[in-house]
Ligand binder design. Structure first.
Ligand SMILES: N[C@@H](CCC(=O)N[C@@H](CS)C(=O)NCC(=O)O)C(=O)O
Length: 210
């Protein structure tokens, strides 16, 4: 069974959500998010840069959350949540999947890192990163002007990945989303799989508290 090493609220949510959406069995291994634990040789053996999540499937140990979700789809997804490679929308599937982590999550990650690492917080850096994240939301809003999901009428894994990042955007930058993004976010997070994911995440936090 897939083992997802997860700290509450973090990117392991992507893999958990895909498993919940596709009813793929998985197990969560709760991970102490403290910097001290993530610096231990035990954790670095699983994730050499000391981040979360990690996913183990038999002999395979992976870090990078979007790579994990793609692996789950390719190995266990039976063609669901992604277009086939010969479908014209496949290019956009790749685009939005990469955008979720490489472009949209990046400025939000910088805000988290600057708040954690520097005292006092560097206001100019945070303002710049908020602006970059807001530009991503504007791009999503434009893309969603004539469609329900990023690829049209059919939801794909990129939608889940983007909506995971949107949670951080709402918390760190602005609760108020532009109209198309708001209804998209509401629709995707109304899925029973999202509720199950939030429950699994909360349960992980409780297990860590012991
Ligand atoms: N691109 C990586 C990013 C992993 C990442 O930054 N994880 C965060 C939690 S969501 C983390 O471990 N942050 C701690 C740190 O960077 O020190 C992925 O998608 O897995």
């Amino acid at each position: 069974m897939l083992k997802i090493y997860h700290s509450p609220g973090t990117r392991g949510i992507r893999a958990i959500w895909v498993c919940e959406e596709l009813s793929i069995p998985y197990e969560i291994v709760p991970v102490d998010f403290g910097a001290e634990y993530r610096a231990t040789p035990e954790w670095r053996a699983l994730n050499p840069v000391g981040k979360v999540p990690v996913m183990v499937d038999g002999d395979i140990t992976m870090f990078e959350s979007c790579a994990m979700t793609q692996y789950i789809l390719d190995r266990y997804g039976d063609g669901q949540l992604q277009p086939t490679k010969d479908d014209p929308s496949y290019a956009y599937y790749l685009q939005w999947s990469w955008f979720a982590e490489a472009t949209f999550a990046r400025p939000l990650g910088e805000i988290v890192n600057h708040r954690r690492a520097f005292e006092p917080e560097l206001d100019a850096v945070v303002a710049e990163m908020k602006g970059r994240a807001t530009a991503c939301v504007a791009a999503l809003n434009a893309a969603l002007s004539d469609r329900t999901y990023l690829l049209g009428d059919t939801m794909c894994a990129a939608d889940l990945s983007i909506c995971y990042v949107m949670r951080g955007y709402r918390r760190m930058v602005s609760e108020a989303l532009p109209a198309n993004v708001q209804s998209y976010f509401d629709k995707v997070t109304a899925l029973p799989s999202y509720e199950a994911t939030v429950k699994a995440d909360t349960n992980t936090a409780e297990r860590l508290k012991g």
